[in-house]
Write a protein that binds this ligand. Structure first.
Ligand code: ATP
Ligand code: MG
Length: 294
């Protein structure tokens, strides 16, 4: 189905938290894959479905050991585990050092995850910059989601990161470059205002750089919800602002993926009929999210 890559520039805006929250409420079959070269966190944060600790040796590390001989989408399931609540996860590396020997993996892994027939993949790619090979994975994604908190330094770094990612995707000759989307981690008291402000800055810079990027929405800054997501998932978590905003974003992303798939099918049909001369349609526009404004 589709690969959705989540990443950030500087700081720790909450990529792992957002990836986990989206996975918990994703409206289609989904796998959460910890691809952060700096190492994964889920093993330390959440129990497995049986209440025990997740096995840190079964995941990206074990997949990497077998993938040297080639990597097929079906192979990935042999290395996944289930979190409490039932979400399938590919557990990440246990330390950043392991990534040094796995730089070759990101491209084939991206291809395999994007080609999984039975699930979307939410890939937590951590902070970008230190591992240029991660661009190989990003260029396989249907959507690259860049996360930032709504403050000046995060947004300034975000603009630079958008340009760098767009360059990397273009260099890799994507026929239609993966749409780059921004998600703002915003204070619920100024939720819409913060998202709109980031949208204004990102749009202005996108117009001058001609990079296809849109602000896709927000996730509430919700320390209680984030804390609950590190423990047992329960009813109160479901009603948290974090999960409510994640549900809204997940619905919006799934809608965008369905529109992309429809458009690809339309283009494939047009190519069959007329040959490859079909102009690309304008990118779909999305309204700011509703519901959590103060
Ligand atoms: N939406 C949120 N609201 C409140 N706190 C959050 C939110 N998202 C994350 N946090 C908190 O911020 C800290 C960092 O979150 P997280 O590990 O998800 O960030 P990250 O971007 O993945 O960081 P790293 O690059 O270190 O992997 C955690 O303590 C987490 O509980
Ligand atoms: Mg993380």
């Amino acid at each position: 189905m589709a690969l959705i890559a989540l990443a950030a520039d500087k700081g720790a805006p909450g990529v792992t938290t957002v990836a986990t929250a989206l996975g918990a409420v994703w409206p289609r079959a989904v796998l959460l894959a910890e691809c952060d070269p700096a190492g994964g966190d889920l093993v330390y944060r959440l129990p497995g479905i049986d209440g025990g600790v997740l096995n840190p040796a079964k995941g990206l590390l074990s997949l990497g050991a077998t993938a040297r001989r080639g990597l097929h989408p079906e192979q990935i399931w042999e290395h996944t585990q289930k979190l409490v609540g039932g979400l399938d996860v590919l557990v990440g590396l246990t330390s950043g050092e392991q990534a040094a020997g796995l730089t070759w993996l990101w491209g084939p892994l991206g291809k395999a995850m994007a080609a999984m027939p039975d699930a979307d993949v939410l890939a937590d790619c951590g902070r970008l910059g230190a591992h240029p090979q991660m661009n190989e994975l990003l260029s396989e994604a249907s959507i690259v989601l860049l996360l930032a908190r709504a403050n000046l330094d995060h947004v300034a770094h975000l603009r630079e990161r958008i340009s760098a990612v767009a360059r990397a995707l273009t260099e890799r000759n994507r026929v239609t470059p993966a749409q780059i989307g921004v998600v703002v981690i915003a204070d619920p008291r100024q939720y819409r205002g913060s998202i709109d402000e980031v949208r204004r800055i990102v749009t202005a810079s996108a117009e001058s750089t001609r990079v296809p990027v849109s602000v896709l929405g927000g996730i509430a800054h919700d320390p209680k919800g984030a804390e609950m997501l590190r423990g047992q998932w329960g009813g109160r978590l479901d009603r948290s602002l974090l999960i409510r905003t994640a549900r809204e974003l997940a619905g919006r992303l799934a809608g965008r993926l369905a529109a992309q798939a429809q458009e690809q099918a339309r283009q494939a049909q047009a190519v069959q009929r007329t040959g490859p001369r079909v102009p690309p349609p304008p990118a779909p526009q999305f309204d700011p999210p509703a519901g959590v404004n103060a």
